[in-house]
Design a protein around this ligand. Sequence first.
Ligand SMILES: NC(=O)c1ccc[n+]([C@@H]2O[C@H](COP(=O)([O-])OP(=O)(O)OC[C@H]3O[C@@H](n4cnc5c(N)ncnc54)[C@H](O)[C@@H]3O)[C@@H](O)[C@H]2O)c1
Ligand SMILES: O=C(O)[C@H](O)[C@H](O)COP(=O)(O)O
Length: 341
Amino acid sequence: MKLIGIGDLLIPSSYIEEGFASYRERGVTVETVDWPLRDYEELQNINLRIETEGSEAYDVPDTLVEQLRDAEILITQFCPITKKVLDACTKLKLVGVLRAGYENINVPYASAKGVAVFHTPGRNATAVADFTVGMLLAECRNIAKAHANLKEGRWVRDYANAGAVPDLEGKTVGIIGMGQVGVKVAHRLHGFGVHLLGYDPYATVFPNFVTQVSLDDLLTQADFVTLHSRLSDETKHMMNARAFSLMKPTAYFINTARAGLVDEAALAAALRDKQLQGAALDVFEHEPPAADDPLVRLPNVTITPHLAGGTTDAFLRSPVLLAEAMASALSGDRSSHWIVR
Ligand SMILES: NC(=O)c1ccc[n+]([C@@H]2O[C@H](COP(=O)([O-])OP(=O)(O)OC[C@H]3O[C@@H](n4cnc5c(N)ncnc54)[C@H](O)[C@@H]3O)[C@@H](O)[C@H]2O)c1
Ligand SMILES: O=C(O)[C@H](O)[C@H](O)COP(=O)(O)O
């Protein structure tokens, strides 16, 4: 069997080779190629989504397709596996995507050809959970704003929340979405002595120190609301003007998940009108946001450029997790719950 991994800027070929090294002992030839992208900005500017069969925005270069032809197993992170790739790779049996999301894979077309697609849920949940706690503290304790000021030579000790700077201990944190990231955020914050509320209509198991509540109860009671659901038609703009109006005027909102979960205009209005104390955001509808975007300009917002999932450990771990998940499939087993169905 031949496995070909497509390395990119975030998960290079060497990480894929390392992650799948044990496959060599199982008689699999492991080769890698590089997706010819020049920089990370180019990656962000390519529309990687394959909405439906036949509507594929990205034309995989012919030179790359030629290098993939012999693959029986293809591993990719962001490189789209389009109809063109799937038609060219006539021996293909398995595709592994080094991400939780798989919108860059033409899953319906792969399935129709009998090719199983694996994904890697939770691969960077540790990274995002750590970062979320950092963002929460950064905003309510003005860490990033003070750092920026002092770097510019300004000794500023009062910020938008002057007179209302909180301790975490004893406060209430509401977690929306108790999946891979949400649960890890709960475990981290438990150590701060906060009361934890959780809302997730689909999660079956909540940690025993998280009280399961309705979304409205969470929004009304929490001093901090942190968002960790996945973006779907159902969750798009779940944080809208009504949701922000339910929150305490002293409360903070943190989003390290997806911008589409939030009505950004409603959030900016709530922050400007002091319906909310502050926000910390890692994700934006337009990345990068315009310099005059209110969420960039407002004084009660801490912002970062979509950094939450980006630890070296997460990038190194992704091929290892995927290799473990796909191992039983080498002998034809198609029962893994990491197969996209
Ligand atoms: N900023 C970054 O760098 C970065 C990196 C990785 C992941 N993410 C994002 O973080 C978020 C969480 O990722 P994850 O791995 O924990 O996903 P996950 O799929 O494990 O968890 C998502 C949870 O959302 C829940 N959910 C679905 N509909 C809901 C609703 N209507 N209300 C509340 N909860 C609902 C699901 O039941 C699930 O438990 C995702 O949006 C993901 O795209 C961001
Ligand atoms: O940076 C992120 O948000 C994610 O790591 C990236 O966009 C895709 O990762 P996924 O959630 O699909 O694993």
